[in-house]
Every structure is written in structure tokens, then in C-alpha cells.
Write a protein that binds this ligand. Structure first.
Ligand code: ADP
Ligand code: MG
Ligand code: ZN
Length: 479
């Protein structure tokens, strides 16, 4: 039997507000444990939460960017459970009436486009963090850091529209790009600002009914997400093929072994006893706030990609690479402004620059090469002052030092000889000192042309402009 996998994703994104969702505590990452807490986020009895307006604006922006309908009224609810990282004994989230619903996102897959439905986006507060064992003096103890309690999150729930791990990763990358473009989330997966739970099931190819799903947790990179989903699909197929049944459960991915293992089953699943948060009014998002958010939406990755293809006449492939981050797209546009040549600029940015950055594990923001320097370099090649090969060498030094190309070329004595009268003089000498070869060439041994080019290059220590050398040699040798 052939099987098809079905995948739905739940993404938690941390919003880039300075303060928490219901109090004024800082959200800064990496501070001393338990230094960014107050009576509100610690959940002392009788305190009153106050909703962070900026967090609402950010959540509305994201909702609009993925075409969700904003509910004019949404409700905060308490999700009750006990855990040491949750001093209040409940997490404030949205349940029956979320902030927004019915959106979608398009992904590029297998040379085509596919639309993935977004069920809902709701707002909630994060819990604290438990620190176990490693890196702690006494590994018999666990410690709790409550700096993260109350930090604002949005949860973005997809429809079960994905069929492969590649589609899941494409969706996640597109989602993350949008969050980063909107400047409402830093997208940092290692620090947990962008986290994903994957729901995976299988069904016989062609079946309508969904199979029983397992939920995968604990994946903090695209690579692990892909590995975990692929492992889980195969595990479920093997299980069903050998006569077993998939049970609904939560599984953890172990990246060192590349496997998923059960964490808790449906029977042990929490009953959260959701009820409306009595200390917060329903959230009314008016048309004014929505319009304000809409008016501040920047150009999103997809729109930018299309504009690059049309305005700059560059291939779709180039446009995709160059709009991968807003930073890179902005840099490329600066280069185009300086050079006036979109395709040549794309070749340098996509080729040499990204190659060097990748080698160093750096981003374009760390790059010392000024757009004006790239323009200068391209100008030098066009004038024939340096060859394309020399330019790559020069670019390497521009990258390392941040210096403009003219100085580098001069210091290295790299100038190319393009002056035709100067080259003609050199070529005359080459011809004079090889009379025998000249005779053979003129008698029809045209392969010898390469020999004369080589001699001229030798005489100029490789600095002669090859096009000019070809042209002059042809004239002088006659043919
Ligand atoms: P739960 O109540 O268990 O959290 P939801 O219905 O809220 O389940 O769905 C959570 C996520 O799981 C959504 O992203 C949804 O698309 C996905 N999902 C639901 N059913 C399936 C299924 N049978 N296979 C794969 N994913 C699924
Ligand atoms: Mg759910
Ligand atoms: Zn606080």
C-alpha cells in the first residue's frame, strides 16, 4: 500500500516588545535568572494584569500579513495546569475566540506554488524555563528561571495542508521570513523566539479521512524539524504495515539519535479546564487599530521577490536568493543604486559576497564591503582596467579589509594593460622573436595562435587584456 503523510504545524513566535504581555518587566534574553520578574508575572494573589498594546499591534500586523480575518472581539482564557515553571498555575491564552482566523500563506515547492491554510492566530504569555543538570554546579538539582514568564507570544496554527517534510520546512521558513520582515520577532530558533510543534499522521494514498496524529516537540532547527518529521512518517508506516495502530500522543525528538519517543499519551493528556480570564476584559480590536497596522505593513518577501523580477529583470532564482532576508534585499538595492546594473550586481552579491559570508558563517549586516566599492569595481572591469579574474581577487581583499578597490589594485600592481599601442609594441617583439612560428602560422597552422597569446601574456606577466591581445594578434599575424 502507498501512504500519504499529513502535517499541520503549531508555531510559537515571541513578539519583540520591550516589556511583557501583562506587566512592565523587561523581556531581554540572557539576563541573570529571576531578575526580570514582578508580582504580576509571578502571579501573586490579587494582582491585576494590564494588556500590552504594542503586543496587540504586532499580533494584528502578523494576522494581516498572512490574510487572517481579525475578530473584532477576542477573549483571553486561563489554561490551567501545574508545572514548576508556571507559578500562577495557569497560562493566559486565547481559546474559543482567538485574535484572528482563516488566513493562508503561499510556499514555493517543486518549482510550483502551494497555498497552506492558517487556521488561527492567538495571543498568549510564555511560561518560565527549567534548567536541568548540565552547566549547573550541582546536577542533582533543577533550577527555575522565571524571566520568560509573561513574555508575549503569538501562536500560529496551520491547517493540516502539508504532505512532506520539505513542504513543512518551506512553510516555516516563509512564516519566519514574514515575522522578521515585520520586525515583530527576531526569529532566533536557538533562543526559542521561533518554536514549532509538528502534528504528523499518515493515511492510505487517496483517502479523505485523516489518520490519528502524533505531535512532535523539541525541535529547534529546520534540519531537526525535517529529520523528526521524516522519522515519524516512516515510524507510522512501519507500525501500520506490521499490523499496529498509531496512537494519539506527544513525542519528543532526540536530535542525538535522530528518533522520536513518546512523552505523554492521550490518556495522560491535560484537561486544561479553560475558562475566561476574569481579570481581563474582552479584547476589542477596532477598525482604527487594524487600519493603522495595515498602513505600517512593509513590503513582504513575496511582493519584494516579484518586484525584483519585474523592476530589475533578474531571474526568479536570483530574486529568491536576494530577498531571503530584508537585510540582504536592502543591501542589494543599495548596490543596484550605485551601479545601475541589476544583473551584474546580483552576480557579485549572490556569487562572491554570499560565498565569502557563508564561509565565515556571517550575515550581510557584518559585511565591510560598501555598495559604492562594488560599483567602482564593476566600473574598472568595464573599462578594461582589470580582468574579471583579477576582480575576484580584489573583491576578496575588499571583503577582508573594507577598502575600496582602486587602492587595492594599485598596491598589488594589478592593473591590466588595455592600451592598444602599448600592447602592439609588446606583440611586435613577440612576433619578431618567433619567426619560425609566424611562418608556420601563416602557412595554415592556426593552432599556433594560442602560442602567441601565451607568449604575450608571459611578456606582460599576465596583465594584458585578453580581448585586446586577440584583436591585435589577429591583425598583425594576418588572419
Ligand atoms: P489538538 O486539539 O490536539 O491540539 P487541533 O485540532 O488543535 O489538535 O490541531 C492542532 C494542529 O494539528 C493543527 O495544526 C492541525 O492542522 C493539525 N492536525 C489536526 N489533525 C491532524 C491530523 N490528523 N494529522 C496531522 N495534523 C493534524
Ligand atoms: Mg492545539
Ligand atoms: Zn512582571
Amino acid at each position: 500500500m502507498k501512504y500519504e503523510a499529513v502535517i499541520g504545524l503549531e508555531v510559537h513566535a515571541q513578539l519583540l516588545t520591550g516589556s511583557k504581555l501583562f506587566c512592565g518587566c523587561s523581556t531581554r534574553f540572557g539576563s541573570e535568572p529571576n531578575t526580570q520578574v514582578c508580582h504580576i508575572c509571578l502571579g501573586m494573589p490579587g494582582v491585576l494584569p494590564v494588556l500590552n498594546k504594542k503586543a496587540v499591534k504586532f499580533a494584528v500586523k502578523m494576522s494581516l500579513a498572512v490574510h487572517c480575518r481579525i475578530n473584532p472581539r477576542s477573549i483571553f482564557a486561563r489554561k490551567n495546569y501545574f508545572y514548576p515553571d508556571l507559578p500562577k498555575g495557569y497560562q493566559v491564552s486565547q481559546y474559543t475566540e482567538p485574535l484572528s482566523e482563516h488566513g493562508h500563506l503561499e510556499i514555493d515547492i517543486d518549482g510550483g506554488r502551494k497555498r497552506i491554510g492558517i487556521t488561527r492566530i492567538h495571543m498568549e504569555e510564555d511560561a518560565g524555563k527549567l534548567l536541568h543538570g548540565e552547566g549547573i554546579e550541582d546536577s542533582n538539582f533543577s533550577f527555575v528561571d522565571l524571566n520568560r514568564t509573561g513574555v508575549p507570544l503569538i501562536e500560529i496554527v496551520s491547517e493540516p495542508d502539508m504532505r512532506t517534510s520539505d513542504e513543512a520546512v518551506a512553510y516555516l521558513k516563509a512564516l519566519r521570513d514574514i515575522l522578521v520582515y515585520l520586525e515583530i520577532c527576531d526569529g532566533n530558533m536557538e533562543e526559542g523566539s521561533f518554536r514549532c510543534d509538528a502534528n504528523v499522521s499518515i493515511r492510505p494514498m487517496g483517502a479523505d479521512k485523516l489518520g490519528t496524529k502524533a505531535e512532535l516537540k523539541n525541535m529547534n532547527s529546520f534540519k531537526y524539524i525535517k529529520e523528526a518529521i521524516d522519522y515519524e512518517i516512516q515510524r507510522q508506516i512501519d507500525l501500520v504495515e506490521s499490523g499496529g495502530n498509531v496512537v494519539q500522543e506527544t513525542r519528543l525528538f532526540d536530535s542525538s539519535k535522530g528518533v522520536t519517543a513518546p512523552m505523554r499519551s492521550k490518556e495522560e493528556a491535560h484537561d486544561y479546564r479553560y475558562f475566561p480570564e476574569p481579570d481581563l476584559l474582552p479584547l476589542n480590536v477596532g477598525a482604527e487599530l487594524v487600519e493603522e497596522a495595515r498602513s505600517t505593513l512593509p513590503e513582504l518577501p513575496e511582493a519584494k521577490r516579484q518586484r525584483f523580477i519585474i523592476d530589475y529583470s533578474i531571474p526568479a532564482y536570483d530574486a529568491g536568493v536576494l530577498t531571503a532576508t530584508k537585510e540582504l534585499a536592502d543591501y542589494y538595492e543599495e548596490v543596484v543604486k550605485a551601479t545601475g546594473e541589476p544583473k551584474v550586481s546580483s552576480n557579485w552579491v549572490m556569487g562572491e559576497l554570499l560565498r565569502l559570508l557563508k564561509e565565515d558563517g556571517k550575515n550581510v549586516g557584518d559585511c565591510a564591503v560598501k555598495p559604492a566599492s562594488i560599483a567602482e569595481l564593476i566600473g574598472m572591469i568595464k573599462k578594461g582596467a582589470i580582468s574579471g579574474k583579477m576582480a575576484k581577487e580584489v573583491f576578496g581583499e575588499m571583503y577582508r579589509t573594507g577598502n575600496p578597490p582602486a587602492g587595492i589594485v594599485k598596491a598589488r600592481g594589478m592593473t591590466q594593460i588595455s592600451d592598444e599601442s602599448e600592447l602592439a609594441g609588446i606583440i611586435d617583439k613577440v612576433i619578431e622573436s618567433n619567426p619560425e612560428s609566424v611562418d608556420r602560422y601563416r602557412a595554415g597552422n592556426v593552432q599556433l595562435f594560442g602560442f602567441f597569446v601565451g607568449e604575450t601574456m608571459k611578456a606582460t606577466k599576465g596583465q594584458a587584456n585578453p580581448q585586446a591581445v586577440n584583436k591585435i594578434l589577429k591583425e598583425k599575424l594576418g588572419g
